[in-house]
Write a protein that binds this ligand. Structure first.
Ligand SMILES: NC(=O)C1=CN([C@@H]2O[C@H](COP(=O)(O)OP(=O)(O)OC[C@H]3O[C@@H](n4cnc5c(N)ncnc54)[C@H](OP(=O)(O)O)[C@@H]3O)[C@@H](O)[C@H]2O)C=CC1
Ligand SMILES: CC(=O)N[C@@H](CCC(=O)OP(=O)(O)O)C(=O)O
Length: 344
């Protein structure tokens, strides 16, 4: 059995990791780390987990580095890099859920996150954990920078069309909507029920940090630097992201051409599904590691509209992290991740 530890176990991503790993056939949980609930049973932080026996522990680098085969860090940006800097010398596999190890270029991270990276040399060694684009590199690395939720949804929706030149990359507009769990468990005024319920708002338009992460990957696919528009929105649901992506077509390209291109690009991918007709909804992927993608080609505007959906806590975070763990340990990529969606 693979011995797994979770640091930041009491966050929304942390408990989603517990949920998935508890059902994984090849994993045993060895350490669950929490600052705020140190010494308490997991059921005290989350009563729905009252039947579980684990006690939340304080951070002990030697113990966690020594006992674990894989360590998931589900901490805020900055705190993750500081923690991983101290864990990396133990040589164990590390999957970081924050943004601290997602960038090829330290300067881009520092410009968008407005902080100095504490471990730039480790960032350079880390691999961007989007299996559909970087599977071979992930299998060989020590540190995986697990992608952001909006970015996973957007990049998977765009990758084949950009690489094949079906769309003009300089014309891309991503209009994305996220459920409230995307903001984590830490309370804030903006996230109160009465602020979010019955409302729908845009935020971070033109400035959201995920813009840079999407541009990094789309630029590689386009073979040139790409600048795009990204507008995130908060919707009053718990989980799920739906990205509506607009781009100019480069020629006379029909709906069927998109379907065939995407089916071919993702033909060996267990978690990407292409709609032959119609558009996907968040309901179709809730609770799963799936990404579903559909298209409308609009000849009137000469644009394609791509709709991509994921569950932010699964393919956008904990599920993709487990998928990366499966790759690191040579397990079937779907191990622990083959459940059906929760339609209701
Ligand atoms: N929510 C989502 O949909 C997604 C989140 N992410 C990323 O995953 C990470 C975790 O997110 P999420 O679970 O939503 O966040 P939460 O705020 O729900 O949880 C973060 C956890 O980290 C611990 N923590 C907080 N501050 C510190 C600190 N300074 N040092 C050490 N531990 C700290 C806390 O646990 P305790 O106090 O008990 O130690 C807390 O429970 C973040 O980097 C986030 O950006 C990525 C993709 C999607
Ligand atoms: C709804 C909401 O607030 N979402 C978060 C994105 C969360 C996420 O996955 O991004 P990181 O992993 O890069 O933090 C936000 O907009 O900041």
């Amino acid at each position: 059995m693979i011995k797994a530890s979770i640091i930041g176990a009491t966050g929304y991503v942390g408990i989603e990791l517990i949920r998935i790993l508890a059902g994984h056939p090849a994993v045993t949980l060895v350490h669950l780390v929490s600052q705020s609930f140190e010494g308490q049973k997991i059921g005290e932080a989350y009563p729905h987990l009252a039947a579980r026996c684990e006690t939340l522990e304080g951070m002990n680098f030697e113990k966690i580095g020594g006992d674990s085969d894989v360590i998931f860090t589900a901490l805020p940006h900055g705190a993750s890099a500081e923690t991983i800097q101290k864990l990396a010398p133990y040589g164990k596999k590390i999957i970081d859920l924050s943004a601290d190890f997602r960038y090829d270029d330290v300067a881009t991270y520092e410009a968008w996150y407005k902080v100095k990276h504490p471990a730039p040399e480790l960032m350079r060694q880390a691999v961007y954990g989007l299996p559909e684009l970087h599977r071979a590199e992930i299998q060989k690395c020590q540190i995986v920078g697990n992608p952001g939720c909006y970015t996973t949804c957007s990049i998977l929706g765009l990758a084949p069309a950009v690489q094949k030149g079906f769309i003009d990359p300089d014309s891309i507009i991503i209009d994305a909507k996220s459920g409230v769990t995307g903001a984590g468990r830490k309370p804030s005024t903006d996230l109160h029920f009465s602020e979010v319920n019955e409302s729908f708002k845009a935020y971070g338009v033109g400035t959201h940090r995920h813009t840079s992460e999407i541009e990094q990957e789309i630029s590689k696919l386009a073979g040139k630097p790409v600048v795009l528009s990204f507008s995130p929105h908060l919707i009053p649901i718990q989980r799920g992201i739906l990205a509506t992506i607009y781009a100019k077509l480069t020629g006379e390209i029909a709906h069927g051409d998109f379907v065939r291109l995407y089916q071919e690009f993702y033909k060996d991918e267990p978690f990407v599904q292409i709609e032959e007709k119609g558009l996907p909804q968040i309901k179709y992927v809730r609770g799963t590691n799936l990404c579903r993608i559909g298209f409308v080609v609009d000849p009137r505007t000469n644009r394609v509209v791509i709709v991509s959906v994921i569950d932010n806590l699964v393919k956008g975070a904990a599920g993709q992290a487990v998928e990366n763990m499966n790759l690191l340990f040579g397990l079937p990529e779907t191990a622990g991740l083959d459940n059906s969606p929760w339609y209701l």
